[in-house]
Design a protein around this ligand. Structure first.
Ligand code: PLP
Length: 385
């Protein structure tokens, strides 16, 4: 089986799994304990925080460890909404955010906040002008993802950050960086970003851990009540093995980023060109090589149930997905594709192929052959030639 679902999750690096097992077995002390074992764990945690901060180009004290990007996104948005309620109760986001942002904003609406969900163009993008026009006196926070997890659309987050810092310095800017980190360069400090979410398992690290960058000077209301861990921002005994594992994964993701992006773009380009030769398949990812994230290709096969096509590809030895992993069991058409102006038929027939650094040109050639074979099978089933 060949795995082409890296936007859902990634195979962990051997180095990461080895380190996690070692830390778990040997350094089981609670970092809050005052004895030697506790101190050792505390040291590992501090080092992990420094490594993550270094890779992000921020200060260690600006990193909060969480259980993943779902928590980071909720912490950023709800934490800011609650903390800065005296500034107003208006938030801005986009219609194509990951559910951990989108549903969080919907929940805040139910709790009395007002949210502007910006529409996207046919490439899945919002513009800086749209954000500028949506800002109000009572706007507290803007949340825009870097790279869309379903289609790979890239949002102009650095430009939005500049606008906010220059014109609206009181408005906080949150970026869900999960699908962009290690693929597309985004200097956090220089991009006017106040809050930035990551999840380790999208970067070949462990599941169940992530982080939130909280710019020095920004305060968030903690979502959980408990002990004083993470400087009172996120109580609960720290997950030392996973924090260390995540720090390794993030460091590796950052170090190899330029070469990885070139390699992935080359593969994506070949894949897109191949898919474009199959008239039944409608590409939903940007065609131009330089547009869109380098690792995500998304297409629709109108008239074909995406789950059925996914299983046909699986029979050929390729694992892909129909859309984002957390929405793949939903029956309704994709919210993201509908927002991009796709027909309900196309929006219900999406297939996402997401690439990893370990893939080769041969993998892409074989995948294209499998795609061709599956399309031919469907043609035959439909009685076409
Ligand atoms: N944001 C984006 C863009 C994602 O792709 C994901 C994962 O699917 C998340 C947030 C949530 O990450 P996690 O499931 O690790 O909490």
């Amino acid at each position: 089986m060949r795995y082409f679902d890296h936007a859902a999750t990634t195979p962990p690096y051997d180095e990461v799994t080895r380190t996690i097992a070692e830390v778990m077995a040997l350094h089981y002390g609670n970092p809050s304990s005052l004895h030697r074992l506790g101190e050792e764990s505390g040291k590992l945690l501090r080092r992990a925080r420094e490594v993550c901060a270094g890779a992000l180009g921020v200060l260690p004290g600006e990193i909060v460890f969480t259980s993943g990007a779902t928590e980071s996104n909720n912490m950023a948005i709800k934490g800011a909404a609650l903390q800065y309620v005296n500034r107003g109760k208006h938030l801005i986001t986009t219609v194509t955010e990951h559910p951990s942002v989108y549903e969080c904003c919907r929940q805040l609406e139910q709790w009395g906040w007002e949210v502007t969900f910006l529409p996207v163009n046919k490439e899945g993008k919002v513009s800086v002008e749209q954000v500028d026009e949506a800002i109000r006196k009572d706007t507290v926070l803007v949340s825009v993802m870097h790279v869309n997890n379903e289609t790979g659309s890239v949002q102009p987050v650095a430009e939005i950050g500049s606008l906010l810092k220059e014109k609206y310095p009181r408005v906080l800017f949150h970026v869900d960086g999960v699908q962009g980190f290690g693929k597309i360069e985004l200097p956090i400090k220089e991009s006017g970003i106040d809050l930035y979410s990551l999840s380790a398992h999208k970067l070949r690290g462990p599941k169940g851990i992530g982080l939130l960058y909280v710019r020095d000077g920004v305060t968030l209301q903690p979502l959980l009540a408990g002990g004083g861990q993470e400087e009172g921002r996120r109580p609960g005994t720290e997950n030392i093995p996973y924090a260390v594992g995540m720090s390794k994964a993030i460091r590796l993701a950052k170090e190899g980023a330029p070469e990885r992006a070139v390699h992935l773009r080359l593969l994506k380009d070949k894949l897109i060109r191949g898919i474009a030769t199959l008239p039944e398949l409608e590409l939903n990812s940007a065609l131009e090589e330089t547009h869109g994230a380098p690792h995500i290709v998304h297409f629709s096969y109108p008239g074909m149930k995406s789950e059925a096509f996914l299983h046909m590809l699986e029979e050929e030895g390729f694992l892909v997905s129909t859309r984002s992993a957390c929405s793949s069991k939903r029956a309704e058409p994709s919210r993201i594709l509908l927002a991009m102006g796709k027909s309900p038929e196309a929006a219900a027939a999406g297939i996402r192929i997401s690439l990893g650094e370990e893939h080769t040109e041969k993998d892409i050639a074989d995948l294209l052959e499998a795609l061709n074979k599956c399309v031919r099978r469907v043609r035959n089933l439909k009685g076409e030639r």
